[in-house]
Design a protein around this ligand. Structure first.
Ligand code: C5P
Length: 290
């Protein structure tokens, strides 16, 4: 058994998110194309008798290591599943804004499952069991376990890998306003419906094909999130006025928005311009993971 392991928790970007019917369990059917970027939180796991979590990093403050933190919930669920009785000293370096539509807590929980499987030597917990445990923690956690471009269906927990996307440099902008997911779904008025997109994906390996495909889709949660946090409209406007921008959209239930640009230089120039105009916003170029 190793005495120390590490895991990376990349940000998840919903390139499109279509919502269908509300189910009897209160969740909504959805269909989403999710991808991951080379930017995320970092977790370190050290052997210990009991379970503990320390949080640091730029967004660590304000995210108290409360007992229902998704990382601790994931650790407890994994230990219960495997009948493991040992603990772990977990350190989470929070680089991603909290409650921001890019995975955050879900990615951390998924990374905790990956890291603790190694630390606790639980290689018997295969991918199917890991996804089941993940789904019990949150709708977005299963897709984050693999952190590969994938379709999400059901309430989000049904994951099918998609072809890799072009390694474009996305620009992520968050206005530093936390937006909880439940109220955004509750304020939803218009739904695109689900089950129509996977057949249409035209990947010819370049950013033009991807943009054309995405332009005919939407994030249905953008309108309700805008009602709750109108500053999202300002973020989208700032992205859309940049030179050589091809598409700007909100991710997940917000408030983080992303934009695709003609090339890396255009993405970096836009990052500089937006950061200068809005020093209070979180502005990060981030490459799609291969
Ligand atoms: O699964 P998770 O705990 O992340 O979901 C948070 C909330 O978002 C749910 O309680 C529900 O109100 C809403 N939600 C939904 N439909 C989904 C996913 C989440 O209504 N597919």
């Amino acid at each position: 058994m190793p005495s120390r392991t590490e895991a990376f928790a990349p940000a998840k970007i919903n390139l499109l998110l279509h919502v269908g019917d509300k189910r009897t369990d209160g969740y909504h059917e959805l269909e989403s194309l999710a991808t991951f970027v080379e930017l995320g939180d970092k977790l370190v796991f050290e052997a210990a008798d009991t379970l503990s979590l320390t949080i640091d990093g730029p967004f660590g403050e304000g995210l108290a290591a409360e007992s229902d933190n998704l990382v601790l919930r994931a650790a407890r669920a994994l230990a219960a599943h495997a009948g493991h009785t040992g603990g772990a000293k977990i350190t989470l370096t929070k680089n991603l804004p909290v409650a921001s539509g890019i995975g955050g807590g879900s990615a951390d929980a998924a990374a905790a499952l990956r890291g603790l499987v190694q630390l606790w030597d639980l290689e018997d917990v295969g991918p199917i069991a890991a996804r089941d445990i993940a789904a019990g923690i949150g709708s977005d956690v299963p897709v984050c376990v693999e952190s590969r471009t994938a379709w999400m269906e059901g309430r989000g927990e049904i994951v099918t890998f998609a072809r890799p996307l072009p390694p474009a440099l996305l620009l992520l902008v968050n206005p530093r306003v936390a937006v909880p997911t439940g109220p955004v779904f509750a304020a939803l008025k218009t739904r695109s419906g689900v089950g129509t997109q996977q057949e249409r994906i035209p990947y010819d390996g370049n950013i033009w094909g991807l943009t054309d495909f995405l332009a005919a889709t939407a994030n249905d949660l953008e309108a309700p999130a805008l009602e709750i946090a109108p500053v999202i409209g300002g973020v989208l406007a700032a992205l859309r006025m940049q030179k050589d921008v091809m598409l700007a959209r909100m991710s997940g239930s917000g408030a983080t928005c992303f934009a695709l640009f003609k090339d890396d230089d255009a993405a970096r120039a836009a990052a500089d311009a937006i950061a200068a105009a809005h020093p209070e916003w979180w502005v990060q170029p981030a490459r799609i993971l291969g």
